[in-house]
Design a binder for this molecule. Structure first.
Ligand code: ADP
Length: 716
């Protein structure tokens, strides 16, 4: 029995032992599996008991610390970390044991590679089966890279912030610079304006006394003087002329520099320009013994659209230089037309046989105040501004200026200016104009002028000067001290011409001229002004003046105008002969030497007198209608009708050969285009009377004969 029980017990013991070892095996396997599982986790994991002693860790944690797992188990933080750090860890662990749950934080932890890593730690307590806390398990995530990226991001953000601040600062500075620049530009504009005004005023102030110096030395020159006196007077005359030229140049130059040079593009008959150049400069070339000619080198357009005053100024500068720098030979102005890229140009070539310019100096002469050689200033005078102004003017007109020259042989200055119009080419003249010998000037003893001139001038010196000059030309002179007196005299007495100073007290010359024109007076009025500005010329013509002279008065220019307007006995004879059997009374103003029609122009169109009479009849029928419509259009501010009828009237005058009148009607037409009613009105008054004169002239039975005679007498 015992044996049986004993065997049973053994069997049971064996079974139990087997079962225990199987359980142990299962447990080991589970433990082993758990260890492998934890090792497979890439995050560092460890667990410690309530005393802080490491119970275990995974491979990642061991690697992080750079130790073996076995080297960690059984150790406490003080064995593994610096005391300071160990204390910190321990304090957090104690806190967790006191407040069980989950604890997370970021901290730094020494890495196996020797550097400090940023880590995110998450810890939680664990309990035994009885629920007693027996330790904690912690997971450590390496966030060094993320932290680094965050740091860099922060740095970049800070840099961006800094850049933004800097940009804002630069912007602020820029804004304040712009503000300052605007302020300075405004100040500069004001300064420039003041400079321009100052120069204009100075020029006016200087011109008035210069008028006396130039004028009286000119008169003195004609007196009987000793050689020594003559020499002194000549020096005064030359110097004052040079000073005047310099003032003009400086004025122009400053206007160009200030960008204030206005241009006025108008249709100008090319032939008129060439004629005026010929008569203005031909004599000075001739006086120097030089041949002078204007050579038309190709077919030329009848007119060009440009600023006539400025173009003339360019040509005068170039031709004056050519004459100045040439001792013998010739000065020619060659004129031709050319087309570049579909644009028409007029080419003016000023050619001389003078001293020429060294090749390497040919560029600098266009710079302001530059001369080839300073010794030149002593010999020839000049400021070195002329070419620089001419080049700038040419560019302002849309063209250019170039030079070709050979030292000792001469120069050719080429001025290329856009024709400015759709040009219908037409030969102007077949022959070239030679020097001015065919033109009338007072120097020619065969030419006599006569008439009564009213001088309206407030300045006593100028009154005296003009009186002397005019009386020396055998003219009768009456003086009025202001505009009011001038109007009184001109409306109660008969005058052949008025010299009208535009700046006078009580009533100025502009007002006086307007009053005279409004009262139907048609005698020529020549404006005199100390202002050299181009706008002044425009203002004078708009007021109703026929001509414009700037002070100091150039005696030659004055003579030229007087000859143009005042009748010589010979001219009178022609007019008087014809006048006797004429129809309407006083068909043409007394003292006006020129007849309204140019034979040359008329005969270009009509081959025989029958055609001319036919033309005259049409003009006499049509033109009064045009004028009536123009007047109506002006009254109604109807600019399109004004332009329409002015254009027709201009066409009629041109066809009739009344070229000067046609040019004036052009201004009326332009005033209509510009919707400028004031100019239109004032020009209408002026043109109206001239047209009446033309019509009454055309109704004379012998108008053709008279026109023909004038032509032959003026070309003698
Ligand atoms: P200036 O008032 O000195 O004549 P410009 O600007 O008109 O001033 O001319 C500048 C310089 O160019 C002159 O001083 C001269 O040396 C040279 N020059 C101009 N035109 C001619 C020319 N036709 N022949 C020779 N030299 C010339």
């Amino acid at each position: 029995m015992f044996k049986r029980y004993s065997a049973k017990v053994d069997c049971l013991r064996e079974q139990r032992t087997r079962s225990i070892s199987e359980s142990e095996k299962t447990l080991r396997e589970q433990y082993y599996f758990l260890e492998e599982l934890i090792d497979a986790i890439p995050i560092s994991v460890f667990h410690i008991d309530t005393q802080g002693v490491y119970l275990g860790c995974n491979e990642a944690y061991a690697q992080f610390l750079g130790r073996e797992k076995a080297d960690i188990v059984g150790k406490n933080p003080y064995d593994l970390f610096e005391p300071e750090l160990a204390r910190k860890y321990q304090q957090r662990d104690i806190l967790l044991f006191h407040q069980p749950g989950i604890q997370t934080y970021e901290t730094e932890m020494p890495h196996a590679d020797g550097s400090e890593h940023n880590v995110f730690v998450s810890k939680a307590t664990f309990t035994d089966t009885a629920g007693t806390i027996t330790g904690l398990v912690g997971a450590v995530i390496d966030i060094t890279e993320r932290k680094q990226a965050e740091k860099e991001l922060q740095k970049a953000k800070e840099q961006a912030e800094q850049v933004k601040t800097e940009v804002e600062e630069v912007n602020r500075q820029l804004e304040s610079s712009i503000e300052r620049a605007n302020f300075m530009a405004q100040e500069a504009m004001v300064a420039n304006k003041s400079k321009s005004e100052f120069l204009a005023n100075m020029s006016h102030e200087i011109r008035t006394p210069m008028n006396a110096i130039v004028g009286f030395s000119d008169i003195l020159k004609q007196e009987k003087l000793t050689d020594e006196q003559k020499e002194y007077v000549n020096i005064i005359w030359d110097s004052s002329k040079n000073l005047l030229a310099l003032i003009n140049d400086i004025l122009d130059f400053s206007k160009i520099e200030a960008g204030k040079l206005d241009t006025e593009m108008i249709d100008c008959p090319l032939e008129n320009l060439l004629d005026s150049i010929n008569s203005m400069l031909g004599p000075s070339a001739k006086n120097k013994g030089l041949a002078f000619a204007i050579q038309r080198r190709s077919k030329l357009p009848v007119k060009m659209r440009t600023d006539l005053v400025r173009l003339r100024q360019c040509l005068v500068n170039l031709i004056n230089n050519a004459i100045k720098f040439t001792e013998k030979g010739h000065v020619y102005l060659g004129v031709s037309s050319q087309t570049d890229n579909g644009q028409s140009y007029i080419r003016f070539e000023v050619e001389d046989t003078g001293i020429g310019i060294l090749r390497e100096k040919q560029n600098i002469i266009f710079e302001s105040f530059s001369q080839v050689d300073n010794t030149m200033t002593r010999k020839y005078g000049g400021s070195g501004l002329g070419l620089s102004i001419t080049k700038r003017l040419a560019e302002i007109l849309g063209g250019g200026l170039t030079v070709q020259s050979e030292l000792g042989r001469g120069s050719v200055f080429t001025l290329l200016i856009p024709a400015g119009v759709e040009v219908a080419f037409e030969a102007l003249r077949t022959e070239d104009s030679q020097d001015d010998s065919t033109k009338k000037t007072i120097k020619d003893p065969s030419i006599k002028i006569s008439g009564r001139v009213l001088v309206a001038e407030d300045n006593l010196t100028n009154q005296k000067l003009l009186e002397i000059v005019l009386k020396k030309m055998d003219l009768r002179v009456e003086v009025a001290g202001d505009g009011q007196k001038a109007v009184e005299k001109a409306t109660t007495q008969s005058f052949d011409l008025i010299l009208m100073d535009m700046q006078m007290p009580s009533m100025n010359g502009y007002e006086a001229t307007k009053v005279l024109r409004s009262q139907g007076l048609t005698m020529p009025i020549v404006a005199l002004t100390a202002h050299a500005m181009k706008e002044d010329e425009k203002k004078c013509l708009a007021a109703g003046c026929d001509e414009y002279l700037s002070k100091p008065i150039d005696r030659e220019k004055l003579c030229h105008i007087l000859v143009q307007y005042l009748s010589s006995p010979k001219d009178n004879a022609v007019a008087d002969d014809s006048g006797q059997d004429s129809g309407p009374a006083a068909p043409y103003p007394i003292g006006k030497a020129k007849l309204p029609i140019e034979w040359e122009k008329l005969s270009e169109l009509c081959e025989d007198e029958k055609c001319m009479e036919e033309l005259s009849r049409t003009v006499r029928e049509d033109v009064p209608l045009y004028m009536e419509n123009i007047l109506k259009a002006i009254g109604e501010n109807d600019f399109s009708n004004l332009v329409f009828y002015a254009h027709r009237a201009k066409g009629a005058a041109t066809t009739m050969g009344a070229k000067e009148l046609a040019d004036k009607i052009t201004i009326l037409e332009q005033a209509g285009q510009a919707k400028d009613i004031v100019t239109a009105k004032s020009f209408f008054d002026k043109i109206h009377n001239e047209i009446k004169d033309l019509l009454s002239f055309l109704s004379k039975p012998n108008w053709i004969e008279l026109t023909k005679q004038q032509n032959s007498s003026s070309s003698q």
